[in-house]
Design a protein around this ligand. Structure first.
Ligand SMILES: [Zn+2]
Ligand SMILES: [Zn+2]
Length: 401
């Protein structure tokens, strides 16, 4: 069972673990001290380590594209970090779950899904992840599946973008609670979007209660970070713990993704090496702290020249959009500096925009990286696999398949 870190008593800005079972309106009613439910007997135990694979730490780039866009050659962002056979999925973009299975990973080894932020391209596959294993006879999660992600934000969104950037009409869905968190997302999937399917299958197929198999875990920022959407989107802060179990220790930090707040980067420390997933962010000091000295940094990159040519924004919006994109992402020409400044051993680009594989070669993506960063670097591709190999007297180096 995962160990959940406890924030100071009475602190609203805590890491919270909440069961899915209560209704949406009671979000927050469950506390981190509540034990996980018993594992249903129908779920058979499976060996934790796949005997076909001897690498204790594998990083699989299931999907490497940015944005809720259909690109040529890449699908939605998702990374599986597999430690001694147990899978920790970071983000679940378009196609992630299909690729999870296509790369030989098993449902019963999937224990945690961590969503970096609530832009749709990072969790469009969450319904797939929750429902499909539950619906398949003989296949399911071995243990409770924990879903981690940003908690709800109480503040209203600013009415328009900053000066010099495009001003959009202030359309707000559900103004009373415009920025729900991961618990509300999962409740929405189970509680309304797929309620008919669930109820029919309970009657038709006698399934186990899906809510007993899934846990949601809202991640709130430590109060001392002093961050807020309106005026302090990304103040300097130390990384904070999310959870640990017998294989990994997961920490997070707040990164700067403009109005998509909060957005997190996650770090996994294991006996076999350490990995950071940047999430979506412009270069910032919090990420540098989190990634300091890490064995492998998976980092997003945006190539503005190609993106503008591909998406062809209206002329009046061009300047504003360029500033907007640059303000919430990391340019391909800057990501090498980030890796160098953080002192990471290896860098792999993932979450690329534009993501057509026939548009930008790996060499073009890495042109500036190779100039600024002396470690091993590579461009992530869908269905790719990264391994870290130790050589005596040197830092871990990169093998990309
Ligand atoms: Zn994204
Ligand atoms: Zn995003």
């Amino acid at each position: 069972m995962p160990k959940v870190f406890h924030a100071p008593v009475g602190d609203r800005t805590r890491t919270r673990r909440a069961a899915v079972s209560p209704p949406v309106s009671s979000a927050g009613a469950c506390c981190a001290d509540q034990p996980l439910p018993a594992i249903p007997a129908r779920v058979a135990a499976a060996p934790a380590v796949d005997p076909r694979d001897d690498a204790p730490l594998r990083v699989l780039t299931l999907g490497t594209a940015a944005g809720p866009v259909v690109w040529r050659g890449r699908t939605g962002i998702s990374t599986a970090i597999v430690v001694e056979g147990v899978s920790y999925l970071v983000d679940a973009g378009i196609g992630a779950i299909e690729r999870y299975r296509q790369q030989g990973l098993r449902w019963e080894d999937l224990r945690h899904i961590l969503i970096t932020h609530l832009h749709s391209d990072h969790y469009l596959e969450l319904p797939h992840a929750l429902l499909v294993p539950w619906e398949l006879p003989g296949e399911s999660y071995q243990d409770t599946l924990s879903i981690w992600g940003p908690g709800s934000v109480d503040l209203a969104l600013p009415h328009h973008a900053a000066p010099g950037q495009p001003v959009f009409p202030a359309r707000v869905e559900n103004p009373g609670a415009p920025l729900p968190g991961i618990t509300e997302v999962v409740h929405g999937i189970l509680g309304s979007a797929f309620q008919t399917d669930l109820n029919i299958r309970y009657v038709d197929e006698n399934h186990a209660d899906i809510r007993e198999l899934i846990r949601t875990n809202d991640i709130f920022l430590p109060r001392e970070a002093g961050a807020n959407l309106a005026t302090r989107r990304c103040p300097p802060m130390d990384p904070f713990p999310v959870f640990e179990d017998d294989r990994v220790r997961v920490t997070a930090t707040l990164v700067d993704h403009r109005y998509c707040f909060p957005a997190f980067a996650y770090r996994f420390d294991t006996e076999y090496g350490s990995v950071v997933c940047s999430g979506d962010t412009r270069p910032n000091g919090n990420l540098l702290k989190l990634a300091h000295g890490v064995d492998l940094l998976l980092h997003e990159a945006i190539h503005l020249d190609h993106l503008v040519r591909e998406l062809k924004p209206e002329p009046g919006l061009m300047d504003g959009l360029l500033a907007n994109w640059e303000e919430r992402h990391t340019l391909h020409s800057a990501v090498g500096k980030v890796a160098a400044e953080a002192g990471v051993a290896n860098l792999v680009l993932s979450h690329l925009a534009p993501a057509h594989t026939d548009l930008i070669s790996d060499d073009e993506w890495l042109e500036f990286v190779r100039r600024d960063f002396r470690g091993d670097s590579a461009v992530g591709h869908d269905r790719g696999e990264i391994r870290l190999v130790s050589r005596p007297g040197t830092r871990k180096s990169l093998v990309v398949r």
